[in-house]
Design a protein around this ligand. Sequence first.
Ligand code: ADP
Ligand code: MG
Length: 340
Amino acid sequence: PTSRRAGLVALGALAAAPWLGGCARTPEPRVIQGRTMGTTWAVRAGELPRGLGADTLRAEVEAVLDDVNAEMSTFRDDSLITRFNRAPPGTVFAVSPHLAAVLDVALAMAADSRGAYDVTVGPLVNVWGFGPEGRRSEPPPAAAVEAARARMGWQRLRFDAAARTLTQDGGIYLDLSSIAKGHAVDRVAEHLRARGLRDALVDIGGDMRALGQRPDGQRWRIAIERPLPGTREIHTVIGPADMALATSGSYRNFFASRGRAYSHIIDPRTSAPVRHEHISVSVLHPLCVHADALATALTVLGPDEGLAFAVARDLPVLILLRDGERIVTRASPAFSRLFG
Ligand code: ADP
Ligand code: MG
């Protein structure tokens, strides 16, 4: 189990883990790793460029991650997003080009999913016990849910993309936990490229991006786990080339009360955790920021609507559902074309 206080996200779900198979003689990738966003990060790579040591690279990756958290973590009191969330109405914040790009993706996703995905969901995440304010073991009172609900709405977010400013409208609480990890993966990948690494696998808590290939010339391999609470069984292993993969699911971070599981993924249309209890949604995209937002959005939409959404946009998506003891697989045509 990972610390839920330390980072952006409230769980340590490793729904997808790098799978390092291969025979003994093949060169194994080196691994540089650490902790961030309430979970772990790892960079796997072959030979590092001349003059770049593993310790230097680790410190540089940590600086990139710190930069992301300083702006986007709701688990940090001093982050820009926390200051925005606590500011009085009318307060204007200048945001970096990075945060502006993340908000662009988040708002487009909100519009495209008709509000199933909504980064103003923070007050609901908090009352259901999945935010920085701490955990719950039973559903919150209806009045608290109603009060949180009243503060939500992505259309109310006063974000000026051209001026790169964010204005607090009063009571708006942004929660970027569904997208900041994916963005951070992209930032680390960009940094590695800028440092001359062409071949690497970046992993933050199961959100991944593959660059180039493994040292043995094979594709990087990523395992997708079965959506079963308390186990780490591999369902399938894929080898994406120069793509990102993000997985969301309702099966790891939840509390159980009176025979029901309450997940950290909230359906803004009902103000409650998603109802389907054991599902995982894996999405591939060139950029991890998109894969991450999409995986969360499709989890909210659920297996039927979510798959239809993926098919209509020709997105490579794998949905795993639990049906009693069986795992039911639903792959979009784009996923089957890549890995069928
Ligand atoms: P992970 O916890 O692995 O990062 P996700 O990327 O799916 O999983 O992000 C889940 C987090 O997103 C939740 O913990 C919560 O903070 C936030 N969230 C919950 N419901 C929504 C939603 N409908 N739209 C956007 N963000 C959400
Ligand atoms: Mg996500």
